[in-house]
Design a binder for this molecule. Structure first.
Ligand SMILES: C[S@@+](CC[C@H](N)C(=O)[O-])C[C@H]1O[C@@H](n2cnc3c(N)ncnc32)[C@H](O)[C@@H]1O
Length: 291
């Protein structure tokens, strides 16, 4: 390992960061240690980690986490989801991931748009059909894209679905007061929504966090819930980006490197695929369920 790479390796107090609200398995700590100890440069990760505190972040101090989490009951998480994403112990099932989400996104995209990640989300929201009445954002995180869509389409009902109750709780807090926005816990591959009932589905920065088989299941679910002619907007990070972000554990980065969105969208029955890169460095594909 070159000396400069070793000296960049950050030291975090993982046990403190982990909290206790989701029992973090021991292998998370081992996996994170291996990622942080890798030889590659962690410069990009460190730039994000060190600039998060400079971002404007919501105040979550008013949340009673135990009480809020109790409302979700027991949830059976699939193994692919219980990974220490981004080297956070507990991954998305952690208070840390949820409360740092806005700040991390602002830090990652600080040079991408004058209004940082929130500006990118407005650009993505503009890809929604202007006459959509029911819009779903899958893997909504803390809901900032869903909120941008709800603000842009005030007469639409926008539902943001995320598997992590931590994300949903933080998202409800940080996007409170948007009356046409609902954030709920659920899985993108089985949303429970009625068939043919949704005008547009948005998916931003979610597929790089999923194994290929789950991406396919999610696309079939999108096709099921969209009305004929309904729109799907898929946006994500460049395929080689995760390999340049060492230190942030990304379990599916090898699959992401070679995943072919246009082919998979076609195989899932979508038509009219069009690249619309309105929020670089994110790429976007707009397509339809056949009418
Ligand atoms: C990188 S974050 C992106 C969040 C948000 N879309 C955004 O643009 O900021 C990925 C999100 O996808 C969620 N997620 C991953 N797999 C999921 C699944 N199967 N169903 C629902 N949400 C999922 C995670 O909980 C996390 O909040």
């Amino acid at each position: 390992m070159p000396d400069d790479a070793r000296s960049e390796s950050p030291t975090f107090d993982m046990r403190t960061l982990a909290g206790s609200r989701w029992p973090v398995p021991e292998w998370h700590f081992e996996t994170i240690a291996a990622e942080l100890g890798c030889a590659e440069s962690k410069e990009r990760m460190m730039r994000v980690v060190t600039t998060i505190p400079q971002q404007r972040m919501p105040d979550f101090s008013g949340i009673d986490w135990d009480r809020a989490l109790a409302a979700f009951g027991e949830i059976d998480y699939p193994r692919y989801y219980t990974q220490p994403f981004h080297s956070v112990p507990g991954g998305y099932l952690s208070e840390a991931a949820a409360t740092q989400d806005r700040g991390a996104m602002e830090a990652i995209y600080q040079d991408a748009h004058p209004r940082r990640s929130l500006g990118l989300r407005e650009a993505l929201a503009a890809l929604m059909p202007a006459d959509a009445a029911r819009v779903v954002d899958l893997g909504a995180g803390t809901g900032d894209t869903a909120a941008a869509i709800a603000r842009r389409l005030p007469s639409a009902r926008v539902i943001g679905i995320d598997a992590s109750p931590f994300m949903v709780i933080a998202g409800r807090h940080q996007n409170a007061g948007i009356s046409n926005l609902e954030l709920r816990q659920g899985f993108a591959e089985h949303t429970g929504l009625e068939a043919d009932s949704i005008d547009a589905v948005n998916i931003t920065l979610v597929f790089h966090e999923m194994p290929d088989v789950v991406k396919e299941r999610v696309l079939f679910e999108c096709r099921r819930i969209l009305r004929p002619g309904g729109r799907l907007v898929l946006s994500d990070t460049p395929h080689d980006d995760l390999h340049d972000y060492r230190g942030f554990y990304e379990p599916y980065k090898e699959q992401w490197l070679v995943w072919d969105e246009l082919t998979t969208l076609g195989e899932a029955g979508f038509v009219g695929m069009e690249r619309r890169d309105v929020a670089p460095p994110l790429w976007s594909v707009v397509c339809q369920k056949p009418g």
